[in-house]
Ligand binder design. Sequence first.
Ligand code: GUN
Length: 283
Amino acid sequence: MAARLIDGKALAAQVRAQLKPAVEALAARGARPGLAAILAGDDPASHVYVRNKVRACDEIGVRSELHQFGADVSEAALLERIAGLNRDPAVHGILVQLPLPAHLDGERVLAAVSPAKDVDGFHAENLGLLTRGTPRFVACTPAGVLRMLDHAGVPLAGRHAVVIGRSSIVGKPMALLLLQRDATVTICHSKTSRLAELARQADVLVAAAGRPLMVGAVMVKPGACVIDVGTSRTADGKLSGDVDFATVRTVAGWISPVPGGVGPMTVAMLVENTVRATELSLA
Ligand code: GUN
């Protein structure tokens, strides 16, 4: 039997639509949510992602402002702009699009964002809160994956979840979220031996390695839920996931596609976090 499709595009539209009443309620209190997006350099994919984020905000009445810098921007200039945005009461959420140009210290830049406006959940304080089990802002991609799992009714408690990838923006927070939901979690990465064997034990498999088509049907337990976080570009510019969709869908119980899976959910969760940041600023 073919896997059930987890349609991230449709779910993201639903999440955005459900945020509208909250945005209207905030506006009625004189607090229109505002997001500031910082984009440094000329990475074409980053430009597309930021444009999608700004558009998603506009669509539901969240004000957005784009702060664009050249690839040669100094760290001091970036830090100064972030400090200004931290002070600006009309800005409730700040995101720094990654990757940053190589000469910048990404950790120092992310640390400069006020944790109360850190709608990407990248600040050490927010990662720490998630680790402690009392999250405030959770990184948008793993938060979106969890929402997809819940929407599809995928059981997590007591199940074995395998996360492929250990980045601070996807793999690690994803593992922590699954752990918080009582899954037994294995994190795999580029140095993991017997990756296929571990993956095949997963009831829930989250592929976030950034290696196109690395998860084939032989790595998937029949009936498992497979979520594809990969967003690599092929030579002809097409988006490719980490999962070989055509073969894995014949084995899996659930599967999310690329495109139209996790990507739109990342954007929807950013908007949701921005609305929450606005609410928290009034609390
Ligand atoms: N680069 C890749 N994914 C993300 C994300 O979720 N947020 C930001 N700011 N940059 C990214």
